[in-house]
Design a protein around this ligand. Sequence first.
Ligand code: A3P
Length: 287
Amino acid sequence: VPLFGRRSRVFCRYRGYVLPSDIVNTVVNDIPWFEVRPDDTWVVSFPKAGTTWLQEIVYLICNDFDYEKAQATTIEDRFPFLEFPYPGVKVVAQSPPPRFIKTHLPFSLLPKQLDEKKPKVIYIARNPKDTAVSLQAFTKMINYVTFLGNMEDFAQLFVEGTVFYGPWEKHVKEAWDRRDEENILFVTYEDLHKDFRGTVQDIARFLEKSMSESQLRALEVHCSFSLMQSNDSVNYSWQQGVLFGEGQFMRKGKVGDWKNHLSSEMSDKFDAMVTSLEPSGLHFVDS
Ligand code: A3P
């Protein structure tokens, strides 16, 4: 029984990763030669790891907490998605510095100049069970992928490494292995949940930006789940009826929601995947 509908985007494997075919063309032909600037700021993640949350934090820290400026433009325009057809890699390349760039590509598929120009790069990871649940909900919501299976079917594809941008553990491990490089910071969704203030202070230090106590307090309120959910510059409401059908991009924003969706057998399969990463020192909290 096919799990993806006929009108779904086609996926293919490129250098060990599963990518939508239109993105593969960009990844092969444009991304390797993309000109990186040392004053760029990059947010890199596996999809549904809390990318948008981190983007908003980074953008505000780097733009003097100018909430009006952030509000005036969608996150998609002020912090574009490198390999996505909109606005397109050529537009991103030509945008004036300082540039803010989001990508879901793993390190091994990023531009060759990244290692030479050494812009600041923050990678965010999320425990795979919540990532899979969030990605399945997202897959149901987006118009260009028709997933016909249920949550358990999707979770099985996730652990097999065949959902887009997978295998998840390969993606995360590549970033984890580079966490000590001076221009790279590795954070987790669970860190932001548990200790928003401490994690944001680490991020600001890494970005070489100072932040007062009142600025931190205001950012914490601004980036709370309920305010981000109703914030039309970050909640992707502009894509409703365009790229998205039914459903909310800012869905639940919780750690441990997987318990409402995954069987204990499936949870064991995810645990085995996480355990395989533990010798590297990488651990995940999932409740
Ligand atoms: P859920 O689907 O579990 O709710 P990404 O931006 O990488 O696509 O990640 C989206 C996930 O991050 C969604 O998870 C979304 O709700 C969650 N998220 C976004 N903003 C958040 C916030 N301020 N607090 C907590 N979770 C947030």
